[in-house]
Design a protein around this ligand. Structure first.
Ligand code: ADP
Length: 497
């Protein structure tokens, strides 16, 4: 009898492996960090071999921690940092360049070139995305330009492109499989999310040959079995999803109108739109949520670049708090911020402003302003940015959200969650296990091999909730939010050159 499902959670700074039992409970976790390479200011790269080594170590480590072997594992689910791009040799499996990470700005000039060719609206209509260095396509172009002879070799069919999911599938199967799935492929900026096919126009504009591309599969379903050399058993890899879509699934947001927000370094808010793919008119992107049983679902997504990392800045940059968790007590010591707002536009603003020239501001400071006010303003800024995105979701989808499901490291902060509910005027629901991403990957895999027969079997275990009900009057809510909008205006278009 197989006892566990294993989630492999390949993140931006570490690779984790988590074992879930039949009740959906976490049995063991192993985690290994790996090196961040910053070859130039604004560039971020990873060594593909280190990604794999750390992931394999975590997978073996978690089995050891649970006193289990590969034979105890019914299925593996993979979830991964999205958009990060790799190119490797088909024959040897050797990468030809370091992976270019989603955060890396090194392809901004290629994006400028695409914009100058007037491709913005075509990109939106076909891929649901905006032209931005964040997505994979320009990273592939960069690698093919950076490595001598790579374009020619790609055209001859000697090279393979993949996002991190494809790379792990390639490694886990000892090179037998070159595949991806809907949630990851919709972040490449090369995939038509309506026709569900690689987009010839965009491939042509970027001169990316077809022969580089992985096969696109359903998100849930058996992709292959692992090579027996890794875990001593052939384990089915039965679910694969990008981290934010995995969290959406893990949070049970499987029907239209259900939304989750993950509070990590940044915030990623996704709202399920079912079989509809609304084109955002407010600065959100449209993405594939997953493909299951031959049918795809879509989501609207708002990406906020700075959220939990603003709390890290309070700790490491300003020394105003000793630990991130202290921010809760400090913010709660004061009634309000005394009129202070922080706009943490440290790297510009993401959704819905997409303003690369915005920079951080703190406004409304008086002689009475204290540390506590500043800490509180920082936490409030995370909630206000989330409200910006929620307003867009409501306007694009034409319906009001009834509640918001939350996860991620900063969702542990009770002050922030209560203020979030107050600021939105809807309940905020926090599961007691904040492992929504890994659980989503495990659920996608476990459901497809019949380890769980349907979601309800695991849902109760995964979703014991604490609900934060809104307590603020709507006048006060609107007043505070009005102040935020004015503060955002002060941060816009600041950085020149
Ligand atoms: P990521 O997956 O992006 O690395 P995590 O989900 O692990 O992020 O969350 C870590 C982030 O959450 C950090 O930026 C940290 O500052 C913030 N954080 C962690 N605990 C708290 C807390 N109690 N209050 C506020 N922020 C927190």
């Amino acid at each position: 009898m197989k006892r566990y499902v294993m989630a492999l959670d390949q993140g931006t700074t570490s690779s984790r492996a988590i074992l879930f039992d039949r009740s959906g409970a976490v049995v063991a976790v192993d985690q290994h960090e790996f090196t961040q390479h910053f070859p130039h200011s604004g560039w971020v790269e990873h060594d593909p071999q280190e990604i794999w080594d750390s992931q394999l170590r975590a997978a073996r480590g978690v089995l050891q921690a649970a006193g289990a072997t590969g034979d105890d594992v019914a299925a593996i689910g993979i979830t991964n940092q999205r958009e990060t791009a790799l190119v490797w040799e088909r024959a040897s499996g050797a990468p030809i360049h370091r992976a270019i990470v989603w955060q890396s700005r090194q392809t901004a000039p290629i994006c400028d070139e695409l914009r100058s060719r007037g491709l913005e609206s075509e990109v939106r209509a076909r891929t649901g995305l905006v032209i931005d260095a964040y997505f994979s396509a320009t990273k592939i172009r960069f690698i093919l330009d950076a490595v001598d002879g790579a374009q020619l070799r790609a055209e001859r069919g000697e090279l393979a492109f993949g996002t991190v999911d494809s790379w792990l599938l390639h490694k886990l199967t000892a090179g037998r499989l070159h595949a991806t799935e809907y949630s990851n492929v919709s972040r490449t900026l090369l995939y038509n999310i309506h026709e569900l096919e690689w987009d010839e126009l965009l491939l042509g504009e970027l001169q990316i040959p077809h022969s580089l591309l992985p096969e696109v599969r359903d998100t849930s379903g058996v992709f292959a079995t692992t090579d027996p050399s890794w875990f001593g058993a052939e384990i089915p890899i039965a679910g694969v999803a990008g981290d934010q879509q995995a969290a959406l699934f893990g949070q049970g947001c499987t029907a239209p109108g259900l939304a989750k927000n993950t509070y990590g370094t940044g915030c990623f808010l996704l709202s399920n739109t079912g079989g509809e793919a609304p084109l955002s008119e407010t600065g959100l992107i449209t993405t594939l949520a997953w493909g299951i049983d031959g049918r795809v679902d879509y989501a609207l997504e708002g990406s906020i670049f700075v959220a939990g990392s603003a709390v890290q800045w309070l700790r490491d940059g300003l020394g105003l708090v000793e630990t991130a968790a202290d921010s809760h007590a400090m913010a709660s010591r004061v009634e309000d911020t005394g009129g202070v707002y922080l706009v943490p536009a440290f790297v510009g603003l993401g959704a819905p402003y997409w303003d690369e020239a915005a920079r951080g501001v703190m406004v409304g400071i008086t002689r009475g302003t204290t540390r506590d006010h500043m800490v509180r303003a920082t936490l409030e800024s995370i909630a206000f940015q989330t409200r910006d995105v929620v307003e867009c979701v409501q306007s694009d989808s034409g319906g009001a959200l009834e509640s918001l499901r939350v996860d991620g490291g900063a969702a542990q902060n009770d002050f922030l969650m209560q203020f979030q509910a107050d600021c939105l005027g809807i309940p905020v629901e926090r599961p007691d296990v904040l492992e929504a991403t890994a659980f989503g990957a495990a659920a996608l895999a476990g459901l497809s091999v019949g380890f769980w027969s349907d979601r309800s079997e695991v849902e109760s275990a995964a979703r014991r909730l604490r609900v934060f009900e809104p307590q603020m009057s709507s006048d006060r809510r609107d007043d505070l939010y009005g102040g935020w909008k004015r503060a955002v205006e002060r941060s816009r278009d600041w950085h020149r050159g």
